[in-house]
Design a protein around this ligand. Structure first.
Ligand SMILES: Cc1ncc(COP(=O)(O)O)c(C=O)c1O
Length: 401
């Protein structure tokens, strides 16, 4: 590689290609060799369920409105006003707190929401705290804006918050934002209202010590997906300086269309300044605005979310995977939400276990890719037949020890 063409940080990042990417490439090679139906691919969090049935009609209706000037032209950087209104009604219902269109910015997915937020609040050298194991892109999103990612491990027994460890990290006095992802990728944990309340108290104390707010960034693209009727508590009533990043990538299977939003706590003092900063960041990062068709589609499909049949499908898959792992004698935390298992690697070495599974044409991602070695991630946004098909391979690996 001609290194003079690239910024050193990007050249370095390229050499550390992510574990998910590595498994994706290994999977492609296995599929070419054995055929796609002979490979049990649990490496990617790309929802396999089609968008809701009404989406094709919604797209036709949108197409019928395109014969006017600028139908798909530039729009306000914060998104179409009527889409923001519709999203505010959704946010009000989900968060149990009255939200208005002015409290949110439509973004290019949750990823765009996080990047626009960080662009608006981070100064070079500011620290962002992630709770391990964590969605690996947080490191890049922080570094994109001159920040530095610090990590604190969750409890290894059930991946609940280790509040003492978080308090110790905050005591260093350098944190600008803490990221909370619930339901969690990769653990499937959903944090309780008690944990969130205690976290809010720690952050409030840290903000007072530092004489500037420590933001709580709640990354919630899996809010819709919990099992056994569990509700995801809203953080907004517990902490004034909270913001929510979310998207329609998972619940409407709209990941390629890049639509989400950043919601600022309606109760945050001086919130308009922050919102203006996020809207500006959305523009100057080059997103300009979230995609027009995606916004129109998402807004028209919001009612479909209420009738969604996705949760029972994922619940059956979760229970099927739990049964496979149990039979194979693998220790795991039963996910309360999202579509990932994060079981312990038998023997303790995640790389060795992933390699053994791969020999059975089963693709998993080593936990070290999420900042927690000794575990593996299995994404079960795949057909139940794939999970069943992998059963004998899991049993074989356990038998070989
Ligand atoms: C925890 C988490 N946050 C954010 C994202 C980004 O999602 P998107 O930008 O497609 O909304 C993902 C995608 O997998 C994720 O798992």
């Amino acid at each position: 590689m001609n290194s003079s063409l690239l910024a050193p940080a990007v050249a370095e990042a390229l050499t550390r290609s992510s574990w998910i990417r590595k498994m994706f490439e290994a999977g492609a090679a296995l599929k070419a060799q054995y055929g796609a139906d002979q490979v049990y691919d649990f490496s990617l969090g790309n929802p396999d369920l089609p968008p809701p049935p009404g989406m094709a009609d919604a797209l036709r209706e949108i197409a019928a409105t395109l014969d006017r000037p600028m139908a798909l032209g530039y729009m306000p950087n914060a998104g179409y006003p009527h889409v923001r209104e519709a999203l505010a009604a959704l946010a009000t219902a989900e968060q149990g707190v009255a939200c208005t269109a002015g409290d949110l910015v439509v973004t290019c997915g949750a990823a765009g929401a996080i990047n626009s937020f960080f662009r608006a609040v981070l100064e070079p050298g500011d620290r962002v705290l992630a709770l391990a194991p964590y969605f690996v892109e947080y490191g890049a999103y922080t570094a994109n804006h001159g920040g530095v990612l610090d990590t604190v491990a969750c409890k290894e027994t059930d991946f609940s918050l280790d509040l003492e460890a978080i308090e110790a990290a905050l005591a260093r006095g350098e944190t600008r934002a803490l990221i909370l992802n619930s339901p969690n990728n990769p653990t499937g944990q959903v944090y309780t209202a008690e944990e969130i309340q205690a976290l809010g108290e720690l952050l409030r104390a840290a903000s007072a010590r530092q004489r500037r707010p420590v933001f709580l960034l709640c990354d919630e693209p899996y809010r819709f997906l919990t099992y056994d009727g569990l509700a995801v508590p809203s953080v907004l009533p517990y902490y004034e300086h909270a913001v929510v990043a979310t998207s329609f990538s998972k619940n409407l299977s709209l990941a390629g269309e890049r639509v989400g939003y950043l919601l600022v706590n309606p109760a945050m003092a001086g919130k308009q300044g922050l919102l203006d900063g996020v809207i500006l960041a959305n523009r100057i990062l080059g997103y300009v605005n979230a995609p027009a068709i995606g916004q129109l589609l998402a807004a028209r499909c919001l009612p479909a979310l209420r009738e969604s049949q996705q949760v029972p499908i994922y619940q059956r898959r979760r229970d099927c995977m739990a049964d496979v792992l149990r039979q194979a004698g693998v220790e795991f935390f039963l996910p309360k939400g999202a579509f990932y298992f994060f079981p312990k690697a038998p023997g303790g070495d995640d790389l060795a276990y992933v390699a053994k599974l791969q020999a059975q044409r089963i693709l998993a991602v080593p936990g070290r890719g999420f900042g927690m070695p000794g575990f593996v991630r299995l994404a079960y946004c795949v057909d139940e037949a794939v999970i069943e098909g992998a059963r004998s391979g899991f049993l074989q690996v356990s038998k070989e020890g």
